[in-house]
Design a protein. Structure first.
Length: 108
């Protein structure tokens, strides 16, 4: 994955109304390490407002914190330097974020 693809994924994550900062460790704990291992094999990328987990075949699961303390989970497809959102779940509470993130990773 090159720098431009990571920038495009982060830009796709910024499209919702997020707060300025998200604790990535706390988000990963709420998703669950077993879910992270099942989604991406343990690979994660973090930014100020999103946790990105690459799935395969150009798909990524992006988990970001919304302004009302709920999560937004997106399935993002990256091909040729362009990122497009293929699925989006909004208003996800912390006890549901792991299950929804795993569902987002099942793209077939």
């Amino acid at each position: 994955m090159n720098i431009q693809q990571v920038a495009n994924i982060k830009a796709a994550a910024d499209t919702a109304t997020e707060t300025g900062h998200m604790d990535a460790y706390e988000a990963l704990v709420q998703i669950g390490m077993r879910n992270v291992a099942a989604i991406s094999g343990g690979r994660t990328y973090t930014s100020d407002n999103a946790v990105v987990m690459p799935v395969s075949s150009g798909y990524h699961v992006v988990v970001s914190l919304a302004g009302n303390d709920t999560y937004t989970v997106r399935r993002v497809f990256v091909r040729g330097g362009k990122a497009s959102v293929k699925g989006e779940w909004e208003g996800i509470y912390c006890d549901e974020v792991g299950e929804i993130a795993y569902t987002a990773s099942c793209y077939r």
